[in-house]
Structures are given as C-alpha cells and as structure tokens.
Design a protein around this ligand. Structure first.
Ligand code: MG
Length: 159
C-alpha cells in the first residue's frame, strides 16, 4: 500500500469590513481576508497540500482567480472539488495538520468547529484533523495584522 505526503502554504492580506473565513468557519471579526474567493486561507493551504501529495500542481492552477466561476466561492467547494478529482479516486486522507498564524482575533474558540467542518468535507473523523493557531508575537506582517499565514500537511493512503 502506497502512502503520500503533501504540504501547502498560503497567505492572504487582511482588510477592514471583509468577512473572515478560516477552516470553513465564519470567524466574528471586523476584519477579513482580501481574495477572489471567500479568502479561506486555511482551506487554500489544505487544498495545496492535497494537490501536492499527488503532484497535481496548485490551487491557483486549478481554480484561477481570472475565472469568474470562483469569484466569492465558498472554499469548502474548492476542497471538495480537489478530492473529487479523478486522480483522487483511489486515495483517502489519513490525517491533516494545519497551523494558522494570525495576530487577532483569538482563534481558540473556533478550533473545534474548524476541525469538524474540514473533516466533514474530507469525509474523515475530526480526530484526524488538527488545527493549531499561533500569533507571531507581533512580529512581521502577521504581527502587524497585515495578513494571515497558514501551513498544512496531509498524509494520504491508497484505498
Ligand atoms: Mg489563497
């Protein structure tokens, strides 16, 4: 039985008055992410990890921001679309581990909702999905509240 590993990384800029979606969950905040889609930077990193595991390119290649079909799209649909690719037919997700770097707001109250939402879209148990959040101690663009940075790693196995 073959296993594969994939990693993904994404950044979105923060702006006032936009909705903040992370891990498929709406986070109460006066700021949100600048994006062509709903700006769910955590799902975008996860999609890139899943694509990377099978060397299928990246999310920007699959869902170009020049295509109006993806304008304002719910990123959960992008995640589902990645797993619905024909190349994914013989594979299942073993686990995913996601780290979100965001200065504010605090994400702790939303971690479990993100885990269960992402697990639901991927068709696996929430115990297989880890979501961790950290600030950057006010350092760098994350610390200045200019953006949000996410890393994701996934392991997949052949069915
Ligand atoms: Mg993105």
């Amino acid at each position: 039985m073959e296993i594969r590993i994939g990693q993904g990384y994404d950044v979105h800029a923060i702006a006032e008055g936009l909705p903040m979606w992370l891990g498929g969950v709406r986070i109460p905040s006066r700021t949100g992410f600048v994006a062509h889609s709903d700006g769910d930077v955590a799902i975008h990193a996860l999609c890139d990890a899943l694509l990377g595991a099978l060397a299928l390119g990246d999310i920007g290649h699959l869902f170009p921001d020049t295509d109006d079909r993806w304008k304002g799209v719910d990123s959960k649909e992008l995640l589902a679309a990645v797993l619905a690719l024909p190349e994914y037919r013989d594979w299942r997700v073993v686990n995913a581990d996601i780290t979100i770097a965001l200065q504010a707001p605090k994400l702790a109250p939303h971690i479990d909702a993100m885990r269960s939402t992402l697990a639901g879209v991927m068709g696996i148990g929430a115990e297989r999905v880890s979501v961790k959040a950290t600030t950057t101690e006010k350092l760098g663009f994350v610390g200045r509240r200019e953006g949000c940075e996410v890393w994701a790693i996934v392991l997949i196995e052949q069915k």
